[in-house]
Every structure is written in C-alpha cells, then in structure tokens.
Design a protein around this ligand. Sequence first.
Ligand code: MN
Length: 304
Amino acid sequence: MQKRGNTMLNLNSMLKPRKRLKRAISVGLVLSLAGSLAAGCAQLVAQVLLPAPTLDSAHLALGNPSEATAETRNENNYLIVRPQYALSYNRSKNIANWVSWQLDASWLGRLPRSPFMPDPSLPQGWYRVTPNDYTGSGFDRGHLVPAADRNARPEDSQSVFWMTNIFPQSPDNNQGPWEELESYCRTLARQGHTLYIIAGGAGEGGTARNGPRTTIGRAGNPISVPAATWKIAVVLNPGQTLEDIGTDTRVITVIMPNDMGIKDKDWRDYRESVDTIETITGYDFLAVLPDEIEEFLEAKIDSR
Ligand code: MN
C-alpha cells in the first residue's frame, strides 16, 4: 500500500466523475488542427466553432478545461495565451486557476533566471500582483510553468516570471516533490518525449514557515493560498503526435498538500487519477480525446 500525502483532501470519498460536457465539435477536426495548422480552410471552419486562441496554441491542444475566455467580464476564468503557455486567471484569487504548456527538448536551454515582474498583459484596472506581495509571507513564489522549462530564449524566460504564472507554494512542496516531478518531466523531454502539462492549485489554506494562511499579500488585494497543488502530464513517446494518444499513453497525475513536512517525500507518493482532479477542481481535462480513451486514461493512476 502506497503512502499518500493527501488524506487531508479525503480523496477516497470522491464521487464518480461527473458527466462531461463535450464541445459540439468533432474530435477528428480538433486533433488534425492541433497536428497541422497549415490547412487554412479547416482553420477557418474551426474558428467559427472555437475561440481563436485555442486553435493558435499548442498549449491548449488537449483542451481548455475551464472553458476560459479572453473577455474581461470573465474575470475569474480569464484566458491568457502566450507563445510559451496558456493560462486561466482568477482575478478574485489573484492567481491562475491553471496553466497549460507543451514541453519538449526545444524549450530547454541554459539561460539564467529572469526577474519576477507584475504581468503587464492583465486588463487595465485589475490588480497586478507584485513580487513584493510574497515578501515575508513564508511562501515561495512558486512557478506553475517551471523556470527551467522555458530557458532557451530570453523572451521565454521572462514569460514564466510574470506573476500570473506564480502561486504561493510552501517551500517544502515547491522545493521537494513538486520540483522532483518538474525535473523528471524535463528528463523525459530530453529523452525525446513530448509532454502536455497542466497544473494549478485547489482549495484554500496552506502552511509555510510562518504557519497556516488562507491568503498572503496586501490588504485589499489578497492572494489566495491553495490547499493543494496538482499537475497532469500526458507523455507522448518520441515520434508520436496527438493522434497517437491511446489507452497505452502514459498520464502522470499528482496532487500534493501545500504544507511543510513533505520536502523529502517522493513525488510518486502523490500520484492520483485525473478523475480525482476533475472532481476536486470541477474542470474537464483531456476533453478533446475520444470519450473511451479519455475515460480510460482519466481513471488510471500512473505506476511506472
Ligand atoms: Mn476529462
């Protein structure tokens, strides 16, 4: 029996995954578009059916799990798409709901870290979290897309230091099993795998050096501290494309408590199913896959 560190979330009592709302669009169309955006005609057809940024971004090739849109009225599920990643921002929480990115060896380099900066792309009038908001909180400025996943080109490196890609992480989570999994994903990328990764926080209330907190930051603009951090990585074998995703495709899913005392834990101790993350977050992951493949992959827990 594996030890799991997430009993706080009472995962064993989770319900069956809810019925999924599928897009009114053919899976074949989405997959062929994700594989090749060259077909201008098909692209035109699909632009009518989906928000344009979804089509333009490899980082959303497996879906937009909260149906985020780039409309300012959608302030707690606000879509930002960059060349380097896509995210759903939550204005009330002052953190992202999720960030999604494709990873292969072409993104990996040796550039030094960039400075943390407020995100200039947030709509005018919205609070822009600053690096100082984390100062003295006891929580790390935790990257969702890791700095080392985007360090081949200067503009890529800066993109992951915008504060919209940062959330409050306990040092033991961030520097322990979370970092170990990030590093393992890069190892797979260097071996020729292509990964589709999505990560975020769930719940509210974590513990760091100064004890438990539900928020950090300044009065008036609190930054939500998640209770747990989750990640889903779909791992394609070298040479495979999205069309090759099947029941034998590896999916690594974890959820870790945002607490102290886990620094020396193995990331493998926190593996769970996508179904569990869907239940906890209410999002629908892998929604562009054929239903039978989606359901199979989402029920499985990685054991490699
Ligand atoms: Mn799903």
